[in-house]
Design a protein around this ligand. Structure first.
Ligand SMILES: *Cc1c(COP(=O)(O)O)cnc(C)c1O
Length: 382
């Protein structure tokens, strides 16, 4: 081995304990040794990239129940490829012209207003990158079927449907309803399922193409894939002749994604859900016991599930006014210490801090508990 010093330490970076989840800004996933080894082995050889992409696509198609699939550099680039494919089909002349969509009859991408999310960038900008025109339907908190139906017409290239905790959950049209309306008009439905855990459900519910991140639920290196209808997947691959060339994926990520997908599917069928439940109970038990022992009864602990996915999380609720350290200050202290502890902070203004146990290691739980209790007891961070 070239060096025993970790590359992040050579750059002077401290350790991060991740209780936030599989976040792109924290590096996605920590790879299993077997996934890391698959990447290293792939990196040591030449390969015909077109053949590798097709073979990988066939393997992913088998795992997802799709006709075909293709690997991308991340979910965002997969969405660009999928929407571009809906604009151009396999017409290379059109592919080479994007993002110029002048003269294309179908250049609108319809999405529900409650799906117009910001996942780190605004999804409508991603639509515009292809040259398509985003058309938002309904209101931020409700879409009616007739609003969707009347937005779909001869100018519609695709419907973009987002399945995510980022999207509005209540009173939106679900995928089945959207697919029903779109299919009746011959319009493809592209599903953004970047962080979702079920690799088959969205195709089964009527998605024409579905897009996932590799580095989120699946535990792969930074990567993504598009799965679904064969002719549109072929059109996705062809986008590398045009706007997807700057987003291409390397052989190492393709090999890592395939290895991770195999492990993910095997673990999902075996023990992963039980492992997460057990770890969540371990953290919740240790945290509430230590808080009680430290005389902090105004911080409550329970276990909740994600809005769209069966992911257990430990919820710490700090009643305002009872503690000198509120939820926001707690998050700041956890982040500022060494190691830096990152939490899930979507509800911090309501006094709630969430701990995602998928990314925690069992050996890190004691450190997390101690640092939370120290911070809430008013001890200075170490
Ligand atoms: C994370 C995310 C993306 C982007 O995924 P990347 O793989 O980071 O490109 C897109 N949409 C949603 C809903 C996400 O959560």
């Amino acid at each position: 081995m070239a060096t025993s010093v970790h590359p992040f330490e050579r750059l002077g970076l401290g350790r991060v304990i991740n209780a936030a989840g599989k976040m792109t800004y924290l590096g996605g996933s920590a790879l299993s040794p077997t996934v890391a080894a698959a990447m290293a082995e792939a990196g040591r050889r030449y390969v015909d990239m077109a053949q590798l992409q097709r073979a990988a696509g066939r393997a992913i198609a088998r795992l997802t129940g799709a006709e075909d699939a293709t690997v991308t550099s991340c979910a965002a680039s997969g969405l660009v490829a999928a929407l571009a494919a809906c604009l151009t089909g396999t017409d290379v002349g059109k592919i080479r012209r994007l993002p110029d969509t002048d003269g294309l009859e179908r250049r609108e991408v319809v999405l529900q207003k409650g799906h117009s999310v910001d996942f780190g960038m605004e999804i409508v900008q991603l639509v515009r990158m292809t040259g398509a025109i985003p058309v938002e339907v309904g209101s931020v908190n409700r879409t009616r079927p007739d609003q969707m139906a009347s937005a779909l017409g001869p100018r519609t290239a695709a419907v973009l449907h987002v399945v995510s905790h980022h999207a509005q959950q209540e009173s939106m049209l679900d995928l089945r309803a959207v697919a029903h309306l779109a299919q009746a008009r011959g319009i493809p439905v592209v599903v953004d399922a970047a962080a979702e855990v079920d690799l088959r459900a969205h195709l089964a519910a009527g998605a024409t193409l579905v897009v996932y991140s590799g580095q989120k639920a699946v535990g792969a290196p930074t990567s993504g894939f598009v799965a679904g209808k064969a002719s549109l997947v072929e059109a996705c691959r062809l986008q590398e002749l045009g706007i997807c060339r700057p987003m291409k994926v390397g052989k190492e990520a393709i090999a890592g994604l395939l290895q991770a997908l195999e492990e993910y599917v095997a673990a999902g069928e075996a023990a992963l859900p039980q492992l997460l439940e057990r770890r969540a109970r371990h953290l919740a038990g240790a945290l509430s016991e230590t808080l009680a022992g430290a005389g902090l009864p105004h911080a409550r602990v329970d276990i909740v599930s994600d809005e769209t996915r069966p992911i257990p999380r430990v919820r710490l609720t700090i009643e305002p006014g009872h503690s000198p350290v509120d939820a926001r200050a707690l998050v700041r202290q956890l982040e500022a210490g060494n190691p830096s502890i990152r939490t899930r902070n979507h509800h911090v203004d309501s006094g709630i801090v969430l701990f995602d146990v998928r990314t925690l290691e069992d050996e890190q739980i004691d450190t997390v508990v101690q640092r939370v209790v120290d911070a809430l007891s008013g001890k200075e961070p170490s």
